[in-house]
Design a protein around this ligand. Structure first.
Ligand code: NAI
Ligand code: MG
Length: 400
């Protein structure tokens, strides 16, 4: 019997193209695992009225480890129209399966590494101080940032209303600051509730510090806005200060989300570990991912106490899903699989994979269309871009 069982959920669109590539790489490093397929995504919605079938939940509950590709989601109207006829008009509501999965298994820690690979044409560069206006002379600073994003609370908890019910309005009215909104008619008022709880804050901050300790980084940055959003960002920062006391060798730095976005464009190499609430973490991780190559390179882990699911940050990219050969970059998915290896204590194998990717990128011979800054599409291959498959082949070559 294999040591691990991984629930594989390719999902929709390019999820089906990149997930098998990650499995090829896992095999090449002799990861001792067997794989069970589970359905998720749009087809499940159309045919069963549920994008995350119970069977898939059961498999995840049983095996506790998942690799996920991507799903397609569409606005409510399209969701209703595409349901198979016998399911229509039954009041079924589409919910994003990945959001549901995070909530069901309390996958509250979202880890998003944004690590630069030298030689990547999409990598951030900065002009050298001495270089004049027209002179060449660039730095390629070493970006190795991991964003720890709280994954279940905050602005994405989904507690929101347009035209809040009377009881909610009454509660809001009890706050002195609501006075200026009190005369606005209900239908013209939208409210989203940002809830932060201390235990969840403690868990995400602790995860960030543990990671910093493991990697030997000298600090963790809490990125919030406690000077304005006093209660919720305040609780995040206060909790971070508390947790930091358990890690005497690691500094706690504090930045505001707006200033942080400016600084990441000036000195991104100064930030190795950043922790933030849900919305801010989502923004930060996309911003950092943009510096190191974008969606083709952005991996993530959704980690709970019991279950963990690893996935590229990108979606199903439907416009490329039908291309043959596939052209999308499998690196984000392969890096997600490497994160899964870290999670189960197979970091040596994970490091081998990352080194193989680094070698391919540095060599610069095999590049998918995104790395060549070509428009995606059927012509990309004839313009010199590697296919999805060829990129994986190149990585496998380095693993030999
Ligand atoms: P997307 O991430 O699917 O694609 C945006 C663009 O990024 C693509 O058109 C492509 O140019 C590029 N791209 C994405 N992955 C790439 C890769 N591996 N290699 C090279 N280029 C890549 O986001 P979009 O177009 O906004 O959404 C498409 C569908 O995916 C929607 O239905 C959306 O709801 C869903 N989605 C699902 C996510 C998930 O499964 N976690 C996350 C984001 C979007
Ligand atoms: Mg996002």
């Amino acid at each position: 019997m294999a040591k691990h069982t991984v629930v594989t959920m390719p999902g929709d669109g390019i999820g089906n193209q990149v997930l098998p590539e990650a499995l090829r790489v896992l095999k090449a490093v002799s990861f001792d695992a067997e794989y069970v397929h589970a359905d998720i995504g749009w087809e499940c919605w159309i045919n069963e009225g549920n994008a995350l079938p119970q069977h898939t939940l059961d498999l995840l509950a049983k095996h506790k480890l998942g690799l996920f590709g991507a799903i397609t989601s569409k606005p409510n109207k399209a969701a209703q129209e595409e349901l198979k006829p016998e399911l229509r008009g039954k009041g079924l509501v589409y919910y994003s399966p990945i959001v549901t999965m995070r909530q069901k298994f309390n996958l509250d820690i979202c880890m998003r590494p944004c690590v630069g690979f030298v030689g990547n044409p999409l990598y951030y560069i900065r002009k050298k101080v001495a270089a004049g206006f027209d002179e060449p002379g660039f730095d390629e600073p070493k970006i190795d940032t991991t964003v720890f994003r709280q994954n279940t609370e905050g602005m994405y908890a989904g507690i929101e209303w347009t035209n809040p019910p009377e009881i909610v309005r009454a509660a809001l009215n009890s706050h002195p600051k609501f006075k200026s909104f009190a005369t606005v008619p209900g239908p013209d008022v939208a409210a989203s509730v940002r809830i932060i709880t201390r235990p969840a804050a403690r868990r995400i901050v602790t995860a960030a510090f543990e990671y910093a300790k493991k990697r030997g980084f000298k600090g963790v940055t809490i990125c919030e806005k406690p000077n304005v959003v006093r209660e919720t960002s305040g609780m995040m920062e206060e909790t971070a200060k508390e947790v930091a006391k358990n890690y005497p060798g690691i500094a706690l730095w504090s930045t505001n989300i707006d200033a942080q976005l400016m600084w990441l464009n000036k000195n991104p190499e100064d930030y190795n570990v950043i922790v933030a609430s849900n919305l801010f973490g989502d923004i930060l991780s996309d911003a950092f991912a943009g510096l190191v190559g974008g969606l083709g390179f952005a991996a993530s882990g959704n980690i709970g106490e019991d279950v963990a699911v690893f996935e590229p940050t990108h979606g199903s990219a439907p416009k490329y899903a039908e291309l043959n050969p596939p052209i999308v970059n499998p690196i984000a998915m392969i890096l997600s699989a490497a994160m899964m290896l870290d999670h189960v204590g197979e970091s040596a194998k994970a490091d081998r994979i990352r080194q193989a990717i680094a070698a391919v990128v540095k060599e610069g011979k095999v590049r998918t269309y995104d790395m060549m800054r070509l428009p995606g599409g059927p012509k990309a291959i004839s313009q010199g871009a590697a296919s999805t498959n060829q990129m994986t082949d190149a990585i496998l070559e380095k693993l030999r």
